[in-house]
Design a protein around this ligand. Structure first.
Ligand SMILES: NC(=O)C1=CN([C@@H]2O[C@H](COP(=O)(O)OP(=O)(O)OC[C@H]3O[C@@H](n4cnc5c(N)ncnc54)[C@H](O)[C@@H]3O)[C@@H](O)[C@H]2O)C=CC1
Ligand SMILES: O=C(O)[C@H]1O[C@H](OP(=O)(O)OP(=O)(O)OC[C@H]2O[C@@H](n3ccc(=O)[nH]c3=O)[C@H](O)[C@@H]2O)[C@H](O)[C@@H](O)[C@@H]1O
Length: 477
């Protein structure tokens, strides 16, 4: 019987995932541990470290009962029957495979710590997204660093939640994937983990596979989703050149039952901590296996995403008479999607840097992202991936030309143009007549998410660009 679970890593995945397990398994003690003291104290406070609709209620319900957040990593690992490893696996920034391969430093140090402190048999669950065959490496680290008396079963149980809807995704997942090895003990471990999920997930949604299929399926899943966004974004460019309308094209595709209706929204580009990182990881694995053509195929998905961001920047500049120098541009939305405060790899960073490189003055408003975070993101000098056409802009630090506002009307006052970069619902409710009156003329709107009512905006007097829509003649350059 599983009595104690420990989740290592209290981030976007570890926090919500472990909280939902605690909620659905009241007889199990769940401890979420992290090396970051500030993160753990935030989880123990009224102001949680991440914003997710529905998360606060679950934390209030379970925290202090069967859900605990702690920095005492060793104690909780020692006591646990099952250890979920939810640590970050970013792209390597130096050494072999830099810019593409996954950096497993955090995973490795977690594994070494598990080996050091464990005195009873453990099931170690890979929750983080890792390269295929990582379980083999982890097993070696665990076995070679243990006293020989502890047995480990490694399971791959990748997470499919999306930020902004993570609680709904966890409470009602379309699937739970568990990969384990074929041995009797491997199968027993799978059954133990399956029994935990079965407390709230219908059994037919729990898929069991071998470890390698589970690890690779997670990378494939993200690659397919990102590929679909790049496909629709590539079509959006063609729409703008031909007079077709991307919303109409998406609608037609969505009715094809062979394709389904999701991930067909053209946008300024996909963001988030995982799509680019996981595709680059896939590319690196393909290259290591000598599969150059396959690697190049997946690279194109990221290339199109960069193209979409740079195309948007170019459209803003060319529409505004070929220069944004000294012009105030209001940026509405900075997070990588609505309903999250997460800004990791948000397209807003590249778009803002592209505009700043042309000497624009930006006034940024986001309902959930702090000024401190925005300034940190825009001053960061990130290493571009090898083929990035955004490389030059990404190196640009122009934070002096940036103001951050807590009020949308302040942000747009005296602006020459508005760029909508996140699809926050509240942007549909803005009084655009009032905004128009306070702006310089001609007043431009560049809708990078296709969320605004274009006809209404044009009626007011705005010049509007939206992704993949027919353009007025003087914008089509
Ligand atoms: N963010 C997302 O929506 C999703 C992320 N994933 C994957 O889940 C993994 C985690 O992602 P996030 O939660 O977004 O990362 P995160 O960066 O928000 O959280 C990771 C946490 O692990 C902690 N940590 C690192 N090494 C540690 C150690 N040795 N001991 C204790 N704590 C340690 C860090 O301090 C950090 O708080 C990644 O592999 C990611 O690819 C998978 C599905 C969804
Ligand atoms: O491994 C992960 O981290 C997760 O990555 C994504 O989830 P997430 O990045 O949280 O968010 P998505 O809703 O997939 O959106 C990603 C980006 O694509 C953009 N997007 C999404 C859908 C669409 O039609 N068009 C589009 O531009 C979003 O605005 C956002 O910038 C996947 O959807 C999850 O299944 C996966 O677990």
């Amino acid at each position: 019987m599983v009595k104690k679970i420990c989740g290592i890593g209290a981030g976007y995945v570890g926090g919500p995932t472990m909280a939902v397990i605690a909620l659905n398994c009241p007889s199990i003690e769940v401890a979420v541990v992290d090396i970051s003291h500030s993160r753990i104290s935030a989880w123990n406070s009224d102001k949680l470290p991440i914003y997710e609709p529905g998360l606060e209620q679950i934390i209030q319900q379970c925290r202090g009962k069967n859900l605990h957040f702690s920095t005492d990593v060793e104690k909780h690992v020692y006591e646990a029957d099952i250890i979920f490893v939810n640590v970050n696996t970013p792209t390597k920034t130096g050494g072999r495979g830099a810019g593409k391969a996954a950096d497993l430093t955090y995973w490795e140090s977690a594994a070494r710590m598990i080996a050091d402190v464990s005195r009873s048999n453990k099931i170690v669950v890979e929750k983080s997204t890792v390269p295929v065959r990582t379980a083999e490496v982890i097993e070696k680290i665990l076995v070679h660093n243990s006293n020989g008396k502890v047995e480990y079963q490694i399971l791959s149980n990748p997470e499919f939640l999306s930020e902004g809807t993570s609680i709904q995704d966890l409470l009602n997942p379309d699937r739970v994937l568990i990969g384990g090895n074929d041995s009797l003990k491997g199968q027993e471990a799978i059954q133990k983990l399956k029994a935990i999920y079965a407390n709230w997930v219908p059994e037919d949604r729990i898929i069991t596979t071998n470890v390698w299929s589970a690890e690779l399926s997670k990378l494939a899943d993200n690659a397919f989703l990102a590929q679909r966004i790049s496909s629709i974004n590539a079509m959006s460019a063609l729409c703008e050149s031909t007079g077709a309308d991307i919303s109409q094209v998406s609608c037609v595709l969505s009715k094809n039952t062979k394709l389904g209706s999701r991930y067909l929204n053209a946008s300024v580009g996909f963001g988030g901590s995982c799509f680019q990182k996981d595709i680059l990881n896939l590319v690196y694995i393909c290259e290591c296996n000598g599969l150059v053509e396959v690697a190049n195929y997946w690279k194109e998905v990221i290339k199109v995403n960069d193209y979409q961001k740079s195309r948007f920047v170019k459209k803003v500049i060319t529409s505004m008479f070929n220069t944004v120098s000294g012009k105030k541009i209001a940026v509405l939305g900075f997070s990588f999607k609505k309903d999250t405060s997460d800004t990791r790899k948000t397209p807003a960073i590249d778009v803002c840097k592209g505009l700043l490189a042309d000497n624009a003055c930006l006034s940024i408003y986001d309902p959930r992202v702090s000024e401190e975070q925005i300034r940190r993101d825009l001053s960061m000098n990130e290493i571009p991936w090898e083929n990035s056409i955004m490389a030059e802009a990404m190196r640009f630090d122009g934070t002096k030309q940036v103001s951050v506002y807590e009020d949308v009307y302040e942000a747009t006052k005296d602006a020459h143009g508005i760029c909508v970069l996140t699809e926050w619902d509240e942007f549909k409710e803005i009084d655009y007549q009032r905004v128009f009156e306070s702006m310089e003329k001609p007043a431009f709107v560049f809708d990078g998410r296709n969320v605004l009512d274009v006809d209404k905006l044009r009626e007011i007097g705005f010049i509007v660009y939206s992704i993949g829509k027919p353009l007025k003649q003087w914008q089509s350059c």
